[in-house]
Design a binder for this molecule. Sequence first.
Ligand code: CU
Length: 280
Amino acid sequence: MDKDIRNEGWSSGLAKGRRWAGIGWSLLFLLVPVLGVATFAVAPVYDVWLPKDVSEHGRSIDSLFYFILVLTGVVFIATEVLLFWFMWKYDAAASAKPATYIHGSHALEVVWTIIPAATMLFLAIYQMNTWADVKMRRPRIAPSAEVVARQFEWRIRYPGRDGTLGTTDDLFVVNDLHVPIDEDFLVQLKSMDVLHSFFLPNLRIKQDAVPGMKQPVWFKATEAGSYDIVCAEICGWGHYKMKGRVTVESRADFDLWLERLEAEQEATQPAPEPATVAAD
Ligand SMILES: [Cu+2]
């Protein structure tokens, strides 16, 4: 008899422990959507949200981002709350009925396959115009500059006075891209060694630099200032230091900067070899 009482006490203690564990787990899962949503709400206040957009096409990319964020956010909250509710309601310790295993509902599975598929299809069609603007409708101008990614820097080449890349008056600079404000700027992107990714967060530009390929990248900057260029592809041990600056400035300042670059480059050119006179 003694033994029975001891056992009863032990098993009711265990049931109590399980009950508390069940409540604990449910609340933990409830914290996921609560903290998740709080993070998004608080981030802009601490300025750890999207970098400031200074490009013409950035607004449409940002609005797509927010649209998808809200869409997935609603689904995320709904599923997490449902998870909490199921753990709370069907706590094993509180229910006398043992769990039963069922095959599932065919109709329900069809519904939860069709809804995401239709949503994906809608997004694919809805974003087409933005994609075309950023990646397909290239401005009909000669390349404004060439950017060559290499471990671990951005080598930049301007066409010089003749406006053509690959000629003797080309101007070279490293990690210091300058662009005129409110003008289409077309970059010819290349890689000298491995895969890199040319990422201008403020201009909402991100493009892989692929060895052996010339990728056109274009944008129109709308606000003067100095912004980051970073590499968004793990490209080797020095990936982290592959950073440059993009300076957006007025046309006059841009031309002045090019002139200075030209003068600097001329000054460091070796003096031409004296013409050798053929001895008679
Ligand atoms: Cu890189």
